[in-house]
Design a protein around this ligand. Structure first.
Ligand code: URA
Length: 236
């Protein structure tokens, strides 16, 4: 097996990023540094270390849904000592990591796994699955502004792809809506609303593709069902 493929399956990074790591000289096979991404390894016998840490493909794959609360970073460690998603997912003795990100101030559906191939696939821009968010804005959002947001607005990094918005309630002080986007750019929903002068005061991800948060309580997690896992794997 190609070493970059092994690294992706072990959850280190995507294959392309793994190849960059190899060229950088942080990967050792059986004690020797390798620099050639075309190197083949045998996962049964070879010992592979990345930046001094031994990596392996997990025997048992785990797929978790967490209802991430506000005030928690969607990573596994934080240099600033803030609460991380791992503080909410206890009793799992495998190294798991989140599929994508949610802001510190955003709550809702976050998937975690130790399946590197699936995580890399879902995070790759070419597979960007739809994500549905419940949004509260602290003012009135007009139909004209909704249309602009749906057609695409220019934020740093370029125009956003078409989105779908459903307004549930709109008053001069507050607008409640859901938005479906299929990109995953940094702070995307908040920045989209900023382009039309609106301030998002509450943001919750309620679904990723066909996977819904449902009644899962804030700060709680559950294993995905076999059907949900099969669905994620079937995404092309
Ligand atoms: N959009 C945002 O602005 N924040 C998130 O966390 C997710 C989407």
């Amino acid at each position: 097996m190609r070493i970059a493929k092994f690294m992706a399956a072990a959850g280190v990074a995507s294959r392309r990023k793994s190849e960059e790591l190899i060229k950088k000289g942080v990967v050792r096979v059986n004690g020797r540094f390798v620099y050639d991404p075309a190197t083949n390894v045998n996962p049964e016998i070879d010992e592979i270390y990345v930046s001094g840490r031994k990596i392996r493909i997990p025997d048992e794959k785990i797929y978790i849904m967490l209802n991430k609360p506000v005030g928690c970073v969607s990573t596994c460690h934080d240099d600033k000592g803030r609460r991380t998603v791992l503080d909410y997912v206890k009793g799992i003795d495998q190294r798991i990591y989140p599929i994508g990100r949610l802001d510190f101030t955003t709550e809702g559906l976050l998937l975690l796994t130790n399946d590197g191939e699936l995580a890399n696939k879902l995070m790759h821009p070419s597979h960007e699955v739809t994500k549905r968010y419940y949004v509260v804005v602290d003012s009135y959002v007009s139909q004209d502004e909704i249309t602009q947001l749906e057609r695409g607005v220019v934020i740093e990094g370029g125009k956003t792809a078409p989105a779908r918005i459903k307004v549930m309630n709109a008053t001069p002080e507050r607008t409640e809506l859901t938005i479906i986007i299929h990109e995953g750019r940094n702070r995307q929903v908040r920045r989209m609303f900023e382009t039309v002068g609106k301030n998002v005061v509450f943001l919750k991800r309620i679904s990723v593709g066909d996977i819904n948060l449902g009644p899962l309580k804030k700060g709680k997690y559950r294993m995905l069902t076999n059907e949900e896992v099969a669905y994620l794997k079937s995404i092309k």
